[in-house]
Design a protein around this ligand. Structure first.
Ligand SMILES: [Zn+2]
Ligand SMILES: [Zn+2]
Length: 209
């Protein structure tokens, strides 16, 4: 599995290019800024981009969707609950206030247990509500893309519209901390002192868990 981590936009969002090196098909997770640079990396590797996958519907993660889709024709994948909440007129107010570009509606909705496949690689969808109702983590080949649910040494906020601390702790404890300790954690922001971690390290050293 090819994984490239890129820091994009002005909120230190980590975007990921995930690709099958054999079939040269790729998906991009949260391409929220520097879209031309992301496309350049995809082109340099001769990948064909199939999907734009959002870990959740917050504008700091979806603001590049429109441009990315325009540049590549890839389909947008999101959990339905976040598409509904954050792509509603009320949900778009926060995005506008923060100056983020709005996202088109998702082309494909995913739910817990679904597979997203590019070439010979598969990412499994783990529905992890709490930071947002339709937040997802993506698990493949010992790699876990955690969006704003789990950071290196930190966790996501639970005080925003649609958030729930109870759901959040449930998601973390039942879906993430039960994974093998060597699972690599790829977070949605560059908030830690390292760009990635493991479930084991976070379990034992993350002060919020
Ligand atoms: Zn968020
Ligand atoms: Zn975020």
């Amino acid at each position: 599995m090819y994984i490239e981590q890129m820091k994009v936009g002005y909120m230190d969002v980590f975007c990921y290019i995930v690709a099958c090196p054999v079939k040269k098909e790729a998906l991009v997770i949260d391409p929220a800024g520097n879209e031309e640079d992301i496309v350049e990396r995809i082109d340099q590797n001769e990948f064909v981009l199939k999907y734009i996958v959002n870990t959740h519907g917050h504008a700091d993660h979806t603001c590049g969707n429109a441009r990315m889709k325009e540049l590549t024709g890839a389909e947008i994948i999101m959990h339905e609950e976040d598409d509904r909440l954050f792509n509603s007129p009320e949900g778009q107010i926060m995005a506008r206030q923060l100056g983020f570009a709005l996202s088109p509606h998702a082309d494909i909705f995913v739910k817990d247990g679904d597979d997203i496949t590019v070439g010979e690689i598969t990412l499994k969808v783990l529905h992890t509500p709490g930071h947002s109702p339709g937040g997802i983590c993506l698990l493949g080949d010992g790699n876990l893309f955690t969006g704003d649910t789990l950071f290196v040494g930190g966790i996501g906020r639970t005080d925003l519209p649609g958030a729930s601390l109870t759901q959040f702790m449930n998601s973390i404890n039942k879906k993430l901390l039960t994974l093998p300790t060597e699972t690599i954690v790829w977070p949605g922001h560059d908030y830690g002192d390292k760009p990635s971690s493991t479930i084991g390290i976070e379990k034992w050293s993350n002060p919020f868990l």
